[in-house]
Write a protein that binds this ligand. Structure first.
Ligand code: FES
Length: 358
C-alpha cells in the first residue's frame, strides 16, 4: 500500500536551472527514507497555502533514485500560483508538505539488460526524462538513450549543462538532439518545434528501427506529445512501449462532458463504500465525482490536479461499476486491474465500493 499522507519536509536547497526554472532539493529524515524512495520518472505532490488557500501541485523528480537526492524541478508559468510562489518565496530551511513519490512513467531497469530508450521532451517535460536517462545509463551499462529535446532557445534549456556532461560521461550511449523554435542553427532538421513533421523526420533520421526501441518516453506540451505519439503509432511501435506523462489535461469533448453531466445527475444520492487508511465508510455520491463525494463525507481522499492527469486520487473499484471521464494518469495495466481516477469517476449504480489503500 502506497502512503498518500503528506509529511512536512525541509527544503535543503533551491537551485536555479534557467531564468524560469528552479529545482528544489528536500532533506528527508532517516525515519522517512523508506517512504520517500522512488522510481525514475515518478513525481511528488506538494501542498502549501497561498493567501489562505490550499494549493496542491505535482512536480516530477529530476534525480535518479541512486543519486540519494529527492529533487523536483519547478518551471515558473504565467499566472501559476504555485510556481510563482516558489520563485518568489521558497528558500532553504523552509518547510513544505510533500506526499511520498508516485506515478507510473517508468519501466523496470535491470543491470543485465542492453536496451535502447528514446525520449521526446519539451520544455520542463525534460524533468522526469532526466531522471529516466540518469537511471537507464547508470543502471544498465549496456543500454543507450536517445533524447529529442525541444525548447524556445538555448537560454530556456533546463539541464543544458548536465545533459552535456552526461553525453561526455556516457560516450556512445547517450545521443542528444536539441530542437529550438526561436533560434536558428546549422542543421535544418533541428530548427523548429517538435511538431508532427519534425518528429517524423527525427525518427527517420536517427531511430530508423523505431519498432525495435524498448521504451519511448514522451513528456512536454500537449501538441508535442500528440505529434510524437502519432508518429510512433504510424510506424507500428507497440502501444505498451510508448510511455506518456502529461502535466495538464486537454478539454473534454462537448459530447463527453454532456454524457458525464447526465451520469452525475443519475448517480446523485447513490450510496458508495469508500476504504481509506484501513477504514471503510458509507458516503453518498454528491453529484460531482467519487473523490469530492468522499471528501465531502469527511474522508481524507488524496488529490492534486483533479483533472485526470496525476493519479494521486487513484483507487481500486472492488465492487460495482463506475464511468471515468479523463484517464491520462493511468496505464492500461492499472485500468485492467480495476484502478480508476476517482476525481474523474461516477458510480454507475448502487453498491460501488472503492479502496484507496489497494
Ligand atoms: S487528482 Fe490528479 S488525477 Fe485525480
Amino acid at each position: 500500500m502506497v502512503s498518500k499522507d503528506f509529511h512536512t519536509l525541509t527544503v535543503a536547497e533551491v537551485v536555479p536551472e534557467t531564468d524560469e526554472a528552479r529545482s528544489i532539493r528536500f532533506a528527508v529524515p532517516p525515519e522517512l527514507a523508506d517512504l520517500y524512495r522512488f522510481r525514475a520518472g515518478q513525481h511528488l505532490t506538494m501542498r502549501t497555502f497561498i493567501d489562505g488557500e490550499e494549493v496542491r501541485r505535482n512536480y516530477s523528480l529530476c534525480t535518479a533514485p541512486s543519486d540519494g537526492d529527492l529533487m523536483v524541478t519547478v518551471k515558473q508559468i504565467a499566472g501559476g500560483a504555485f510556481s510563482n510562489w516558489v520563485a518568489r518565496e521558497l528558500k532553504p530551511g523552509d518547510a513544505l508538505d510533500v506526499m511520498p513519490p508516485h506515478g507510473s512513467f517508468t519501466v523496470d531497469f535491470d543491470a543485465a539488460q542492453a536496451r535502447h530508450y528514446v525520449g521526446f521532451a519539451g520544455g520542463s517535460g525534460i524533468t522526469p526524462i532526466m531522471s529516466l536517462i540518469r537511471t537507464a545509463l547508470g543502471t544498465e551499462r549496456q543500454s543507450r538513450f536517445t533524447l529529442f529535446y525541444g525548447n524556445r532557445d538555448s537560454n530556456s534549456i533546463i539541464f543544458l549543462e548536465q545533459l552535456a556532461a552526461l553525453k561526455d560521461r556516457y560516450l556512445g550511449r547517450f545521443e542528444l538532439f536539441h530542437f529550438l523554435s526561436d533560434e536558428e542553427g546549422d542543421v535544418d532538421l533541428l530548427n523548429g518545434m517538435l511538431d508532427r513533421s519534425t518528429c517524423d523526420a527525427a525518427i527517420a533520421a536517427f531511430v530508423p528501427d523505431a519498432a525495435e526501441v524498448d521504451a519511448w518516453f514522451i513528456c512536454g506540451p500537449g501538441p508535442m506529445m500528440d505529434a510524437a505519439e502519432a508518429a510512433l503509432v504510424e510506424r507500428g511501435v507497440a502501444h505498451d512501449r510508448i510511455h506518456i506523462e502529461r502535466f495538464t489535461a486537454g478539454r473534454p469533448s462537448a459530447a463527453l462532458a454532456a454524457e458525464m453531466a447526465q451520469l452525475q445527475q443519475q448517480a446523485s444520492g447513490l450510496q458508495m463504500s469508500v476504504t481509506i487508511d484501513g477504514r471503510t465508510r458509507k458516503v453518498a455520491f454528491d453529484g460531482t465525482n467519487i473523490l469530492d463525494s468522499a471528501r465531502a463525507g469527511g474522508l481524507p481522499a488524496p488529490f492534486a490536479c483533479k483533472a485526470g492527469v496525476c493519479a494521486t486520487c487513484r483507487a481500486r473499484v472492488t465492487a460495482g461499476e463506475v464511468s471515468m471521464a479523463a484517464r491520462y494518469g493511468l496505464t492500461d495495466e492499472e485500468i485492467a486491474a480495476g484502478y480508476v481516477l476517482t476525481c474523474q469517476s461516477v458510480p454507475k449504480g448502487e453498491g460501488v465500493a472503492v479502496d484507496y489503500d489497494a
